[in-house]
Design a protein around this ligand. Sequence first.
Ligand code: ZN
Length: 455
Amino acid sequence: MRHLFLDAAMLPAGWASNVRIGIDEGAIVSVETMASKTERDERVRGVAIPGMVNAHSHAFQRAFAGLAERRGAGEDSFWTWRDAMYRAAAQLTPDLMHAIAAQLYAEMLAAGYTSVVEFHYVHHQPDGRPYEDRSAMAQALIAAADEAGIGLTLLPVLYQTSGFGGRAARDDQKRFLNSVDQLLGIIEEARGATGPQLQVGLALHSLRAVPPEALRQAVGAVRDAPMHIHVAEQIAEVDDCLAWSGRRPVEWLLDEAPVDECWCLVHATHLTESETERLARSGATVALCPTTEANLGDGLCPVEAYLRSGGTFAIGSDSHVSVDPFEELRWLEYGQRLVTRRRSLVASADDPHSGAHMWRQSLSGGARACGRPIGAIAPGARADLIIVDPDHPALLTSAGDAMLDTLVFHSAARQSLRRVMCGGEWVVTEGRHVRAETFGEAYAKAVLPLRQALA
Ligand code: ZN
C-alpha cells in the first residue's frame, strides 16, 4: 500500500485539507483528514477533485470531429450529418479504431475524464461480414483504454433495423448489425478481459434500430449490468415512434422496458411533462451531451424540470466536438439560461454553487451509468483524481466550491489541471498525458487516409 499526502481534496462530506489517502491495487482504501505527513508519503501539491465520468462516447467519431461544418446544397440537419459520419465509419478498421481511441482516451484523461462509457456499434467489416475475430473492434477499444490508462465501460450495441416497424437496414449500416445471440457472444468475449478498470454492459442503439422482441430478449439476457439507449434525440424520431406505436419514445420505453437504476437514457431531449416526471422517478440516469446536442441541432432536454422531479444526470462527449467536462457542464447550464432567460438553474437552494453542484451530480450519475466503483475520493472507490493548481492565475482566491465554479465557467481555468491519476497511476503530468507523443504520432499516421477521403 502507498499513501498520497494532499494539500486539500473534495471529499463526499465536503472540502478537507491535509488529506492522506491510502491506495492499494488502484483503489482507495483509506482517507484521513487533518493528517500529518509521514516520511514515506508521496507529497502532492495542489487540490484534488474526483475525476469525471464520460458517460457517452463513440470513439471513432473523434477522427471526424470538425469535418462536417460545411453547408450543403439543401438543408443541413442531424440526418445529413449522419450520412457524413457513416462515410467516416465506412473507413474504419480495427487498427484505425485502436489508434483513434488511444488518442481520444489520452485527451480525455488530460481534460479530467477518468472513465468512459463506449457505446460501440461498428462491429463488422464494411459489407457486414464479421471479422475473423468477431470481437476485433471491441478488443481494439479495450486495448486502447488499457494503454491510455482510462477506466472503460464497454457497451456492445444491438442494431438491427433502420427505422420503426422493422424497416431493413441500409447498406452503410451493415457493419452495425447483429442478431441478439451474436451480440451476446461479443459481450461474453469482452467480459473475458474484465478487471477493475473494465466493465461490460449492453446498449440498444435506439428504438428505431431495435425491434421490441429483440429488445426484450437482449435485456432479459444481460442482467445487473449497465444498459444504455439513445432516445428522443430528434423530433423525426418522436414523430416516427408516434406513427408506429401511438406513443412517444420515452413513453414507450417506460411502458415496455424494465427501466431502473441500471439504465441510462442518452439525450432524452424531447420530453413531455409526464415523460419528464416518470423518467425522473424511474431511477435511470439521463446522459446529456450538451456540446454534441448543440452541434447537431438536437434541441434541449428540459433539465430544470427533470431535476426538480428528482432526476439523475451524467455528461458525455458523444461525437467529441469537445473533449472537456468543464465545457460540457458550462453548456448544460447555458442551454437552460438561453431558454429561460434566468441563471443558476441547475444548482439547488441547499447546494447553490452551480459548477460544484453539477460536478457532484454528474459524478454520481456517471458512476451509476458506468457500473463501476468510481466518482468519489472515498474508501472502496478507484483512485481517480484530478490535481488542480490553486495558484494558477485563473483561480487565484477561488477555493472549495467557488474553485469548481471557476473551473466550469472560466475557460482559462482549465489550464490549472496539472496531474491526473487513474486507477492509482499518474497518467497526466504537467497537463499532458504521459504517452501523448506516441499516441499522437500513431493517430496522425492512421487517420490521414480517412481525413483525406472525407475532405
Ligand atoms: Zn451517441
